[in-house]
Ligand binder design. Structure first.
Ligand code: ADP
Ligand code: MG
Length: 460
């Protein structure tokens, strides 16, 4: 019993929390029981039982609360602690190690780095001893020794001094950077390989309902279709094999499915690519080789009569797909002819988007390898193509010509076939992929047939 009293007394004296809890328990019980001797005795016994429990509970609570308040030190705080710690370790070493004392004159921290000063020019092996010594320090606060820099000589007043910078590395920042890079890589690899057009099985009616007047011209790299307000001309660039013709085929299918009855659709294919074989000879809406120039001439005259008000375009939209524009431009052999084509082309780019008083107008869709402004009659001609797409590898150079790369933009980089970047004027550049028409031949044939029945500009 007396031992218990002695223990309680010691706790009472040494632990202020215990003392506080004992007194408050005692006062509370005494008040409940009455102020006589029995009350006092029972209260002290009860308080002696209760106070340790209260003290333990409150100390656990304190620990929990304290734990929540601990926050990550900032990078600067870690650096400052590291510097203090490092100074202490090196000072102890310097005082106790004669070898070190004979060579090391002192050290400085500046520009967030350490420089060691030597009493003479240290030899190679002395330097590597120093490096080994630093390597052996069990570095703290997230920092680690990386290397010694270049030894250099400087003159401070009378004494010559040799110094070497010490390179440390912030492991926490480095780990964080590689973690972020790894996350970005994993995110990129989640990208779809290719996106077959699932829309293909749907009829125009369903497609129309889903797209609500917009065009799913492309998808993001996860395969989600993006609905684009298709109210302007499009330029599509990419080197050979990037997927330009495949893209034009997909857009052709889209336009053919979504356009209105009155709308018209033309394909200019100077190179006579085999992908357009379904159209050879059967459609007045398609032209290749030298015929391309004849169809162009008709289209331009039609545009002029709408633009000058001779005819009323009404709500009709005229879509003109030009595959490999450069070969068409270069097919005009004399400068005079070429300049005339470029003048007409630029004229149409500038003035055709919206004509008359209705919803009518032109949409030029131009595919070529490099959007050199000389193919558009100058940069302001090119500027009229407000939807821009670059596909495939080696697009860095081409991307500079067509994109305005803002801070929010995805940065264009080489991409696999059918993938690339797109920008709708005034919006950031985005990583995209083009839905892939797998049964291209079948699809093209069906479109060719339906276009053959459609009305075209009458032959003279
Ligand atoms: N969107 C796409 N997704 C996957 N593969 C494609 C896509 N577009 C085209 N391809 C494949 O790449 C090849 C080259 O494409 P193509 O459109 O002819 O390129 P370009 O016209 O730029 O030279 C095609 O034969 C086709 O198999
Ligand atoms: Mg092509």
């Amino acid at each position: 019993m007396s031992i218990i009293i002695v223990i309680i007394l010691i706790m009472f004296i040494t632990f202020p929390d215990f003392r506080k809890n004992w007194i408050s328990s005692y006062q509370w019980i005494e008040k409940e029981l009455g102020n006589d001797l029995l009350g006092k005795v029972v209260a002290s016994l009860a308080a002696t039982t209760i106070a340790p429990v209260l003290t333990i509970i409150s100390s656990i609570q304190n620990q929990l609360v304290n734990k929540q308040e601990v926050s990550e030190p900032t990078s600067q705080e870690r650096y400052d602690s590291f510097v203090n710690w490092f100074n202490a370790v090196l000072s102890v070493d310097l005082n106790s190690d004669e070898d070190l004392k004979s060579i090391l004159a002192g050290w400085n921290w500046f520009n967030n780095g350490l420089v060691l000063h030597f009493k003479y020019r240290p030899k190679e092996n002395e330097l590597s001893d120093i490096a080994e010594r630093l390597q052996s320090y069990n570095m703290n606060f997230g920092w680690a020794f990386r290397n010694l820099g270049e030894l250099y000589l400087h003159n401070f007043g009378t004494t010559s001094n040799w110094s070497v910078p010490v390179l440390f590395i912030d492991k926490i920042v480095e780990n964080e950077a590689s973690r972020v890079a790894e996350l970005a890589r994993v995110e990129r690899e989640k990208e779809l390989e290719s996106l077959p057009i699932s829309l293909l099985n749907r009829n125009s009616e369903t497609l129309r309902e889903q797209t609500k007047g917009k065009y799913p011209l492309w998808a993001n790299r996860k395969g989600n279709h993006q609905l684009i307000d298709f109210k302007s001309h499009i330029v599509l660039v990419g080197s050979t094999g990037a997927g330009k013709t495949g893209t034009l085929a997909y857009w052709l299918w889209l336009i053919n499915s979504l356009k209105n009855e009155v709308d018209e659709l033309y394909i200019l294919d100077y190179k006579r690519g085999k992908d357009w074989a379904s159209f050879y000879g059967i459609s007045s809406h398609y032209a290749s080789a030298e015929d391309t120039k004849i169809l162009w001439e008709k289209l331009y005259q039609q545009f002029k009569s709408y633009q000058t008000g001779v005819e009323n375009i009404g709500d009709k939209v005229v879509y003109i797909i030009i595959d490999e524009l450069a070969s068409l431009v270069e097919s005009y052999t004399t400068k005079k002819e070429r300049d005339e084509f470029l003048r007409q082309f630029k004229d149409m780019l500038r003035l055709s988007r919206s004509l008359g008083t209705g919803k009518g107008g032109y949409r030029l869709i131009v595919g070529l390898q490099q959007a050199d402004s000389s193919y558009f009659g100058g940069t302001e001609g090119r500027g009229n193509l407000s939807i821009r797409v670059a596909l495939g590898g080696n697009i860095a150079e081409g991307a500079r010509m067509i994109f305005e790369i803002t801070d929010e933009s995805d940065k264009p980089e080489s991409s696999p076939v059918g993938k690339g970047f797109a920008q709708v004027y005034g919006q950031p550049v985005q990583r995209i992929m083009i839905p892939y028409v797998k049964d291209r031949e079948q699809v093209m044939e069906a479109i060719a047939r339906s276009m053959d029945n459609a009305e075209a500009i009458p032959d003279d």
